[in-house]
Structure formats: structure tokens, C-alpha cells
Design a protein around this ligand. Structure first.
Ligand code: HEC
Length: 400
């Protein structure tokens, strides 16, 4: 019952997180698009640009002011709770999924780091990430956006490599996403909102607003726009074990991030030039190359460690099933005996040899090509057993 209620708690939290995340990113995409598509040939001196649009059966006319209208409107819409609630639900979700059972979900099997220390490093890195990013944005690098982007990328690569040394692949990915998400919400809280409050306050007081603040706010909001795409991939990466479960997982994440930022850049600039259109075919090509490079290879008798019994003799269906029963079926069963699961995780049940055969490729990728399963290696599966299971699958998963 407890496991069941916990699943519903997780469900509710994740649902809200995705909804507010969509609202945040939707608004962010929309306003960056608006900014890029403004018609700036307006006669009125006070207006920076305007735009006509049709949506939902109505025609809209939007105008952006250089600084502000002569009198402030009664209702001015602010966009901040989308960002704050994304971050708050995100941290709650991170805690629910990875921190409550840190030994299994956060830390690599066999890690010498204590669970509480792992949690502290995880949370600490969110704050440290913001601090480093903000410092970079205020350093002389701020005059060289490309260099700033490269330095930031290197910092994140270092972090993700560091995480992958003691966290499970999934947790390492998620933490990189959480660090970037914290940078984004920090931009809203510490930079964009104060700039907007200064602007509105000055107008209401009849003084000159500081023109540097809105410029900086716009810059940070653009940073957020570029950071969004890697974050979204990371948030759904849990579905793709060939990325987070790969031994080069941090490099794969880097590759996907570079592609996504390039594609975003094309979409952000295409209204006035097609200079970056190469980003689209390049992204497709890069995805194909990465899919090829990360493909798991079935072991030849050579690659199965020579000391292993599986290198010599073939493995019978009975032996393979015995391994799965010992190491997987406590969780992956129609009736899991493991206390943490009221239903088979991922809907995968390995109760019969036919079912094991049907899922052989996924079993292979999780257990032989990578060591993602058994979860946290809680059942203490040995390399020899992985080799045997791998040999049986590589030989055609014969069940007769
Ligand atoms: C302690 C419980 C537990 C044990 C033991 C366990 N698993 Fe899992 N398994 C999970 C959880 C949790 C998931 C994640 C389901 C999800 O995606 O939410 C999972 C997911 C999987 C997936 C799907 C991954 C994907 O995203 O496609 C496969 C395949 C898998 N396990 C195979 C195995 C095999 C093979 C074994 C035994 C060698 C095993 N598991 C042992 C808990 C366990």
C-alpha cells in the first residue's frame, strides 16, 4: 500500500512539474519569438516594434515600448510563477525519486560515498552551478558570448563527468539538468525580476529607469532560451538507457546539447538570415552518428572475459532463467515480492522463459552492455552471470 501511495504522490508531483514547465518554456519561447519578429519600422518614437498575429480565431496587435508607456496600465502581466513553481516541483521530484532512496537510485552500486553525502553534493551543486554561471556572466567574458557559451559548456561537461563518477547514469543526467534549470530560474529571480521591478518602480516614481538593467534582463532571458533544449532532453532521458547508461554518457550528453543549442540558434536567427540553416542537417547527421557509435555490440566469444565460464561453453535456457529469477524477478514480476514495488517497474515481467526471450534485447542493453540493472545491483549480480546471460542472448536466446 505504501509503495502504491508513493507512486501516486510521484505521479501528482511529476504531472504538476510538467505542466508548469510547459507554461514556463512556452512563455519563454513565445517572448523570444516575439522579440525576434517585431516589425521595427514603426513611426512612433516610443515604440520599439510591433507585431500582428492571428490565433484562436482572433487578431492580436502587440507593441513593445522602448522603455515604457507614458502612463502605466492598470494590469501588467508578469511571468515568474511558471519559473518558480517549475523549480520548486523539480527539487521536490528530485528528492522523491533520487534522494529518499539514495543508496539505490542516486549512487552507483559499490560507491563508497555515504548516501547523505551524495544528497548534499547533489543539492550543493545546484547552488554552486548558479554561482559559477552568474560569475561568468559578470566577468569580462560577458563581451564575448560565444566564448562564454564554450566556457559554460566546459563547466557543465566537467560537472557531468564528475557526477557520473559516483552517481547512476540517470541521476548524473538529472543533476546536470537540475543545475541548468537552477541557472535558468536564478536568471528569473536574481536578474530579470529585479530589472523589471526597477523599470516599473522608476516609471511610477517619474524617474529615469536604469537602461542597463532591461538589456541585461533580455540577455539572460536569451540564455534561458538556449539552455531550455538540453534541459528538456535531460528531463526525458530516463527513457533512453543507451544514453545515460553508456560508459561515455557525459560525452553523449555533450553531443546532444551542442546539437540542440545549434538548432535553437538557427530558429532564433532565421527571420533575418539563413546563415545557420546548416544546423538542421548537421543535427540529423550527428544524431545518426551518435546512434551508430552508441549501439551495443553483442559479445563475440573473444570479448566475454576469458576467465569467464561463458567464454567456453554455451549457456542453456534453464541457466539463463535461473539468473533472471535470482536477480530480476523480485521486481520484474506480475506479483513483485520487493517491498518498493506494487507493480512491475516499467511494466516488464520476466516470469516465464518466453517473456525473457521476448525482452532479450532490452535485458541485454540494461544488464550486459551496461550495468544499469539490477537496480543498484541490489541482488549482487556478478560479472560472470552477466557474461552468461549475454552469451545466451548472443547465441540466439534458444528456449528449447
Ligand atoms: C530492485 C528492483 C529491480 C530489480 C532487482 C531489477 N529491476 Fe529492472 N527496473 C527497475 C526499475 C525501477 C526500472 C525503471 C522503470 C521505469 O522506467 O520507470 C527498471 C527498468 C528495467 C528495464 C527497462 C529500462 C528501459 O527504460 O527500457 C529493463 C529492461 C530492466 N529493468 C531489466 C532488468 C533485468 C534484466 C533485471 C535483472 C538482471 C532487473 N531489471 C532487475 C527495478 C528493478
Amino acid at each position: 500500500m505504501e509503495a502504491h501511495l508513493f507512486e501516486w504522490f510521484n505521479l501528482a508531483l511529476r504531472w504538476v512539474h510538467v505542466i508548469v514547465g510547459i507554461a514556463w518554456i512556452g512563455a519563454s519561447f513565445y517572448f523570444v519569438w516575439l522579440e525576434n519578429n517585431l516589425d521595427r519600422q514603426v513611426k512612433n518614437q516610443a515604440i520599439a516594434g510591433e507585431l500582428w498575429a492571428i490565433h484562436g480565431g482572433g487578431i492580436y496587435h502587440l507593441q513593445k515600448y522602448n522603455l515604457a508607456p507614458a502612463t502605466m496600465p492598470e494590469h501588467l502581466h508578469w511571468f515568474k510563477w511558471e519559473a518558480y513553481s517549475s523549480w520548486i516541483t523539480g527539487v521536490l521530484l528530485l528528492s522523491t525519486v533520487y534522494y529518499l532512496n539514495a543508496a539505490t537510485y542516486l549512487l552507483l552500486p559499490g560507491s563508497t560515498i555515504a548516501p547523505m553525502l551524495g544528497v548534499a553534493i547533489g543539492l550543493g551543486s545546484l547552488l554552486m552551478g548558479w554561482w559559477v554561471y552568474d560569475l561568468l556572466c559578470k566577468s569580462p567574458l560577458r563581451h564575448q558570448p560565444l566564448l562564454l557559451g564554450v566556457v559554460l559548456m566546459l563547466f557543465l561537461v566537467g560537472l557531468s563527468w564528475g557526477f557520473s563518477q559516483f552517481m547512476t547514469g540517470r541521476a548524473a543526467y538529472l543533476h546536470v539538468g537540475a543545475v541548468i534549470g537552477t541557472m535558468m530560474v536564478g536568471n528569473v529571480f536574481f536578474i530579470i525580476m529585479p530589472a523589471q521591478r526597477n523599470l516599473v518602480g522608476a516609471i511610477e516614481a517619474g524617474t529615469e529607469p536604469d537602461p542597463a538593467l532591461p538589456k541585461n534582463g533580455l540577455l539572460r532571458s536569451r540564455h534561458n532560451n538556449y539552455l531550455t533544449l538540453p534541459v528538456i532532453f535531460i528531463m526525458v532521458s530516463g527513457h533512453f538507457p543507451s544514453t545515460y547508461g553508456h560508459e561515455w554518457n557525459w560525452a553523449i550528453l555533450l553531443g546532444l546539447s551542442i546539437i540542440s543549442v545549434a538548432v535553437r540558434h538557427y530558429f532564433n536567427t532565421r527571420h533575418n538570415s539563413q546563415r545557420f540553416v546548416w544546423a538542421l542537417p548537421a543535427a540529423v547527421l550527428a544524431l545518426l552518428v551518435m546512434a551508430y557509435v552508441t549501439a551495443p555490440s553483442y559479445p563475440s566469444a573473444k570479448t566475454i572475459s576469458a576467465s569467464s565460464a561463458a567464454a567456453e561453453t554455451s549457456v542453456s535456457a534453464l541457466q539463463a532463467q535461473a539468473i533472471v529469477v535470482t536477480h530480476c524477478v523480485a521486481c520484474h514480476s506480475a506479483m513483485p515480492s520487493h517491498v518498493a514495488f506494487s507493480a512491475a517497474p516499467g511494466g516488464l515481467m520476466f516470469d516465464s522463459i518466453e517473456a525473457i526471450k521476448a525482452y532479450k534485447d532490452r535485458i541485454y542493453s540494461q544488464t550486459v552492455a551496461s550495468h544499469i540493472m539490477p537496480l543498484g545491483n541490489s541482488t549482487g549480480m556478478t560479472q560472470d552471470e552477466r557474461d552468461q546471460l549475454g552469451r545466451w542472448i548472443a547465441d540466439g536466446a534458444n528456449i528449447n
